[in-house]
Design a protein around this ligand. Structure first.
Ligand code: PEP
Ligand code: MG
Length: 494
């Protein structure tokens, strides 16, 4: 949605944050996902206000008109998820003082309570007090013509980042020709799935994990089937589980007691496990392929779910092209050992079913060391996908989630011209992308290379991707048209 032009004339700017996901939102303030769902069900329009969001907030974010956070950068959880949903979001509005207990938010002396109206401009990062009327955006007839024209010139393909059949379908309508990133962790956060996932993480040993994974397998397989079907005939890159495990475990007493009852263990046991999983630097901790390498049974289950879904669809006459992607590789052997697990599980599944399907195994390049040793990694990996969110984080040494605390000053002082999480830093991070592509293709000339960080939908970054010869960019569904246009312009500019 966009603001009604007449309504936007004189709204009072309460504060500013980062323009994390464009569009307009107006609604009543809620602080918790449960309340968002309840109020929405009662016919109210709500804006979720949080210090920061986590996957537990997904259900609330899905029904909110918009999301406002006090912390977090352009690739924080709130920003990435909102963009995927096509939902307005302002992140990192540091002046907000949120009191969850009192259900209030204070900004420069103005106190707002749960239920008060607030409005967000996701294109400028402005936050307004009160209601500012919005209306749905319109696609004019010129849009289709422009997109046809873009296709005539473009060389770079445009895929999408999508985790649900709905998002995949939206992106396909906008002209996406595949999925460049399906973040599987986004599929776990509802109902019974989350319980089984929590059981897996809280289990004491591999046997306990396997038992819980057996419960997760059918859910995953059904989810993949839906996505493959929505993308019939197109390549779909599914990334193996990436996030820190502590993100999944319950941090509230009610949730902890529920897991203790479900698993038949004491509340104290659950609390100890939750504490043990806590990390000081979760972005640099037990995540990415470090999960699959320490708990290979997760990789086995996910491989079975991905290829099992593809095999079922083959029987139904639906063509699929699965690409299994290992996240956060830094060392060739991290990739190789995961690849071995994937191929062994695939071979076993194919034998059980008496049928097989072609698939690729590749990796994300999102750790500087992976870019530096891309030739070695390409000796095993069949494709590269540049995760420029993490690559930017690790090249600059700026935390994705905490950059908002100093970014405005850096921009004001012109230390930085732009937010590097928004616009690809061509001199630094871009150099790694270019070098890794060249090194990889020196070993494997047909190496397919793409980008799936948030830069994949930002025009100047898309043009850079064209210049360095990537095969595709992948971006959230609502950014697909912009990426197609930028890709065509890049081809014309030469
Ligand atoms: C990335 O790091 O660029 C990426 C796409 O992965 P995520 O944002 O899920 O870490
Ligand atoms: Mg990443």
């Amino acid at each position: 949605p966009v603001f009604e032009k007449t309504a936007l004339k004189q709204p009072k700017v309460l504060t500013r944050g980062l323009p994390a996901s464009p569009g307009a939102a107006t609604g009543q303030i809620v602080f918790f996902a449960d309340d968002a769902a309840e109020w929405h069900a009662a016919g109210k329009r709500v804006v979720m206000v949080r210090i920061e969001t986590s996957p537990e907030d997904l259900a609330g974010m899905a029904v909110a008109e918009g999301i406002l956070t006090a912390r977090g950068g352009m690739t924080s959880h709130a920003a990435v998820v909102a963009r995927g949903m096509g939902k307005c979001c302002v992140s990192g509005a540091g002046a907000l003082n949120i009191d969850y207990k009192a259900r209030t938010v204070e900004v420069d002396g103005v106190l707002l309570k749960e239920g008060d109206y607030i409005s967000l401009n996701g294109s400028t990062g402005e936050v307004y007090k009160d209601k500012v009327e919005t209306k749905a955006a319109e696609l004019s007839g010129d849009f289709a013509e422009l997109m046809d024209l873009a296709d005539k010139y473009t060389k770079l393909q445009v895929r999408t980042n999508a985790d649900t059949p709905h998002d995949a379908a939206v992106a396909r309508n906008f002209g996406a020709v595949g999925i460049g990133l399906c973040r599987t962790e986004h599929m776990f956060f509802e109902g019974e799935k989350i319980k089984a996932m929590r059981e897996m993480i809280l289990a004491e040993n591999a046997e306990g994990r396997r038992k819980a994974l057996a419960k997760i397998l059918p859910y995953q397989q059904a989810d993949f089937k839906g996505i493959f079907k929505a993308m019939e005939g197109c390549p779909v890159t599914v990334r193996l589980l990436d996030p820190p495990l502590h993100e999944f475990v319950p941090h509230d007493l009610k949730g902890q007691q529920e897991m203790a009852d479900t698993m038949g263990v004491s509340l104290q046991y659950i609390q100890q496990r939750v504490e043990a999983l806590c990390e000081h630097n979760p972005m640099l901790g037990h995540r990415g392929c470090r999960l699959g390498n320490t708990y290979p049974e997760i990789t086995q289950m996910q491989t079975r779910a991905i290829l099992g879904a593809a095999l079922e669809l083959k029987k139904e006459g639906v063509e699929t092209h699965p690409e299994i992607m290992v996240p956060l590789t830094g060392i060739l052997y991290e990739f190789k050992q995961q690849e071995e697990v994937i191929r062994a599980e695939a071979a076993q599944l194919f034998e059980e079913v008496g049928d097989s399907i072609d698939f690729k195994v590749g990796t994300m390049i999102e750790i500087p060391r992976a870019a530096l040793t891309a030739d070695r990694i390409a000796s095993s990996a069949e494709f590269f996908s540049f995760g420029t969110n993490d690559l930017t984080q690790m090249t600059f040494g700026y935390s994705r989630d905490d950059i908002a605390s100093f970014l405005p000053i850096y921009l004001e002082k012109k230390i930085l011209k732009v937010d590097p999480f928004q616009v690809l830093d061509q001199n630094g991070v871009g150099q790694l992308v270019r070098m890794a592509t060249e090194k990889g293709r020196a070993i494997r000339p047909d190496l397919k290379c793409g980008i799936c960080g948030e830069h994949g939908g930002e025009p100047s970054s898309v043009k850079f991707c064209h210049k360095v010869g990537l095969n595709y960019v992948s971006c959230s569904p609502f950014r697909v048209p912009i990426a197609r246009l930028a890709a065509a312009q890049a081809a014309i500019e030469g």
